[in-house]
Design a protein around this ligand. Structure first.
Ligand code: SF4
Length: 383
């Protein structure tokens, strides 16, 4: 089984925290659509032995494309790949693009899962991030999606905003639950190199919350969503039973995927590929298709480290028996020793040879993962 990701790189404006590859000039949308269609047929051999079970329109802002155009892309995928019955097909929507007509037309396509970039429930938080929608519009768009019969709705939230109070965050969590949706992704604000927020932070005009405050927000969020029936199945993701994002789960379960569009990444089990993050080059794909994709072969170390990273992030955990089977007794013993040291410090818990992050561990998952990476574990076992 495999997934296909389609990157639509257009946005009407740029959010201050975002470092995704996007362009705000929509003039190239038609040429881009032609190039995208071309790339779909160009890549048909990449998933040749796999059935496609998920398609994901991300961006950028895929909702800047009409539902008719999105369905044409799905049709093109269908004519080049084998698709399972009832695939999960997701689109990221900007609440500002959602009108009753758009929703009605969207329902007439094969898209059956929507992910709304709501991000916050206070207009001044949205303004701070330079989001183009308002809270009222976001609430209305969820209602209109539900009325039209969408039953697999996800929203995105951002926490750790500068100056955000606990009262604001608690109300945000409650409003998210009140929406009666199936899935929530919530990310701590990060300051990516080159973004407006990064510049403001470096110039001292914006102060991130302390680690302690961020941890309290994270903890409150996990408690609140779990109390309200959501399963915390990945560090930043909460879903009702049976409503996890199948597309993202397939990334975390090491399944192959194909990325179409500028900056999109692909993986076939052995190699990673990535498309050029440049729309001007991308739209010339039919002339010089070799130019737009780079690749690297994954080493055993890369694959092991990837397993550690995703195992820690998800509620499936790190399975010692799997490590022993795939990587041998020696590495399995070394990693067990290291994991047990994190059990003692209460960052990891163990159950039947599987290891999971505790809340404290979740908050510093990257530094724990780094200590469990193959190079590090082997080095420690020599010392
Ligand atoms: S709409 Fe999404 S992709 Fe576009 S700039 Fe904002 S966060 Fe980035």
């Amino acid at each position: 089984m495999a997934g296909i990701y389609v990157h639509i790189p257009f946005c009407k404006s740029r959010c201050y925290y975002c470092d995704f590859y996007t362009v705000t000039n929509l003039k190239l949308a038609d040429s881009f659509f032609k190039a995208l269609t071309f790339e779909i047929s160009l890549r048909k051999k990449m998933l040749k032995n796999e059935k496609v079970e998920t398609i994901y329109f991300g961006g950028g802002t895929p909702s800047l494309f009409t539902p008719e155009r999105l369905q044409l892309i799905i049709d093109e995928i269908r004519s080049n790949f084998e698709i399972i019955d009832s695939p999960e097909i997701t689109i990221e929507l900007n609440p500002d693009d959602i009108t009753p007509t758009y929703v009605r037309k969207l329902k007439a396509t094969e898209i059956n899962r929507v992910s709304l970039g709501i991000q916050a429930f206070y207009n001044y938080h949205l303004q701070l991030m330079n989001r183009r929608h308002k809270v009222f519009g976001a609430l209305k768009s969820v209602e209109s999606l539900k009325e039209e019969g969408f039953h697999n709705i996800s929203i995105d939230l951002i926490y750790g905003l500068p100056e955000m109070t606990m009262v604001e965050w608690e109300k945000t969590l409650q409003k998210a639950v009140n929406m009666n949706i199936q899935h929530i992704s919530a990310y701590h604000l990060t300051y990516e190199e080159g973004t407006v927020f990064d510049k403001l932070r470096k110039s001292g005009m914006l102060t991130p919350p302390s680690d302690e405050k961020s941890f309290i927000q994270f903890n409150t969020m996990v408690d609140h969503f779990e109390e309200n029936g959501f399963i915390h199945y990945e560090l930043s993701n909460f879903g009702r039973m049976g409503r996890f994002s199948k597309h993202n789960v397939s990334y975390w379960q090491n399944k192959p995927y194909l990325g179409i569009g500028p900056s999109a990444h692909s993986y076939d089990g052995k190699k990673r590929y990535w498309n050029v993050p440049d729309i001007s080059k991308y739209i010339r794909i039919d002339k010089k298709s070799d130019d737009i994709q780079s690749e690297e072969i994954l080493t055993e170390t890369d694959r092991f480290n990837e397993y550690i990273m995703t195992g820690l992030r998800t509620y499936w955990g790190i399975d010692l028996n799997y490590i022993q089977r795939m990587y041998g007794q020696e590495l399995s013993k070394a990693i067990e020793t290291k994991l047990n040291s994190f059990v003692l410090s209460n960052h990891v818990r163990e159950k039947e040879q599987k290891f999971y992050l505790t809340r404290e561990g979740m908050f510093i998952s990257d530094s724990i993962a780094a200590e469990l990476f193959k190079e590090h574990v082997e080095q420690s076992s020599v010392e």
